[in-house]
Structure formats: C-alpha cells, structure tokens
Design a protein around this ligand. Structure first.
Ligand code: SAM
Length: 284
C-alpha cells in the first residue's frame, strides 16, 4: 500500500474506516508527496538504525522510515488509527505500533527493549498542541538518541532555532540548546496537509550532543531559572526571577552580580553561560 499522500487514496481509506479528524489531537495529515521522503532522509534513518516516530497518523511517514531503517516503533494515541495502520503498513515486518500517549511513555525502557545495539533517532510530524512538552520530554529524559527530526509550526521552528541571546529566543531556545544543536531544515506550506492548518510549518533537526557541553551540579535548577527568567519577557531578569521563584530581590540581585549578569537585563539577552552561572548560585 503506497501513495498514502494521494488525497483520493486517503479519503477512500478513511471513509472505509469511518474515521473523522480530531482537532484536539492535532490531526493534520501530510498530503504533499515530497515531504516525507525528505524528512526520512534527513532523520538519519538507515541501516543499523532504530526510529521512534510519534503520531504516525495513517502511516505516510512511517512507510518511508520503514524503507530506510532497521526498525520503526511508532507511538499513536488514537486507537481508531490502529486498524488503519495495520492495513497501510501490512507489507513491513520491521514496524511496531504502540497505542499510547507519548507523554506518558517510558521511552528509555522502550529504546532498551526495542533497539538493543542500534543507533536511535526520532522522526515525527508532531501534533502541534504538544510540540514543546514532547521536545522537552525527549531531551530531558536523556534518551540515547542521535537526532530528533520533527515538523513543527513555522513560528515554533524559528523560536527553537533562534540564536540564544537574541530577541527571537525564548525559554525553549535555551532549553533545547542545553542538549542539542538545532537546525532549521526546510519549510512546508499549510496546503501540504489535510485538513490544512492556519499556518505554515517547518522541519527542524535537533542534533543531540553525545557529551553535553554544560556540566551542572543540578540540571533541574537550570530549567527552573530559564523558565522563571522568561516568565515575564518584558521585565528585567531581576524582577522576573525573583517574582517567579518567590525569592527576595536582594538575594537574586546578589546572585546575578556574582554571575556577571546585569540585573536590569532582559532574559532574551542572556547567554547559555549566564544561565549556567545563575543556576549554580541560585538558592532554590
Ligand atoms: N504522521 C502523520 C502525517 O504526517 O500525516 C500524522 C501527523 S498528525 C500532525 C499528529 C499525529 O499525532 C496524529 O495521528 C495524532 O493522533 C497523534 N497524536 C496526538 N497526540 C498524541 C500523543 N500524545 N501521543 C501520541 N500520538 C499523538
């Protein structure tokens, strides 16, 4: 079963299963035939590689991944799609579908059970309502993955791939850069999906560091500081960190000065080293 990006084929398939799209689950299926092969190619899927896919939908990207990789494990929350995937992926014996919420899944355990001895990558057209939580889970769980290639809304892609220390950056930029080097790969128009979303998308790849460049006594403090600093973007770091973490201003002021950070600066102008220095000193 090929040509899953053909609108006629998709409509026939979905009507046969009585399937209707769920907006709440971010179900916008790819119908542009050029996108999935490119994504699969960029993902690093190949010989000796295991791939985790999140949200296979009807399996359009899954098929491309199955062609390239040793094995694919696709995690799909919507049980109505499981029989559809049984049909569209019938010709592949290197795929396993897991009917779960990816946010609740122990992915380290899954990798150990499914991909022993293989290199591992993640590739997905993400449901947009959980873009940041999924990306942060993949990184914070410290999975042994080499790269995470995902389709996200264009604005999210630009935010994630912005330079830390610039106006375009946000908490997610800093968090992602802690674990990986993000790269913007290519744009995808809204018309490439069925149903078409309101905004364009882009494919990004997070090249995960095998040895994290930042070594801290407690990583979780770094993420709490970053979230606090960006919680009120227009305020100074002194005000946003103290109010968000419930700390005395004088204490935060001292920490910032010891860290070499101007207390009147905005979060978006701080560097990775600034956030690390603050995280090592902040009394939380
Ligand atoms: N990969 C398909 C494609 O490109 O056409 C579908 C992508 S669609 C944007 C997102 C998919 O993620 C849907 O199939 C949806 O049911 C699934 N999904 C939504 N939330 C999920 C979750 N928490 N865990 C796993 N899958 C989820």
């Amino acid at each position: 079963m090929k040509k899953l990006s053909d609108i006629g084929t998709i409509k026939e398939l979905l009507s046969r299963y009585g399937f209707s799209f769920s907006k709440g689950l971010g179900q916008n299926f790819l119908v542009n035939p050029s996108v999935c092969p490119r994504m699969a190619e960029y993902s690093g899927a190949g010989e000796g590689v295991g791939v985790i896919e999140i949200g296979p939908g009807i399996g359009v990207l899954t098929q491309e991944l199955c062609e390239l990789a040793d094995k694919v494990v696709a995690v799909e929350i919507d049980k109505r799609l499981i029989p559809v995937l049984g049909e569209t992926l019938a010709e592949y014996d290197n795929v396993r579908i897991v009917n779960e919420d990816v946010l609740k899944l122990d992915l380290n355990k899954l990798i150990a059970e499914e991909f022993a001895g293989k290199r591992v990558v993640v590739c997905a057209n993400l449901p947009y309502y959980i873009t940041s939580p999924v990306i942060m889970k993949l990184l914070e769980d410290k999975l042994p993955v080499e790269a995470i290639t995902v389709m996200v809304q264009k604005e999210a892609a630009q935010r994630i791939c912005a330079e830390v220390g610039t106006r375009q950056s946000g908490a997610v930029t800093v968090a992602v850069n802690f674990y990986s080097k993000p790269e913007l790969l290519f744009s995808v128009s809204a018309g490439s999906f069925m149903p078409a979303p309101k905004v364009d998308s882009a494919v990004i790849r997070l090249n995960v560091y095998s040895e994290p460049p930042y070594s801290l006594s407690d990583d979780s403090k770094f993420f709490r500081v970053v979230r606090a600093a960006f919680s009120q973007r227009r305020k100074t770091v002194l005000n946003s960190i103290s109010s968000s973490l419930g700390l005395e201003k004088a204490v935060v002021n001292g920490v910032l000065l010891e860290s070499g950070v101007n207390p009147q600066a905005r979060a978006e102008s701080l560097s990775m080293d600034d956030f690390c220095a603050i995280a090592e000193r902040i009394p939380i």
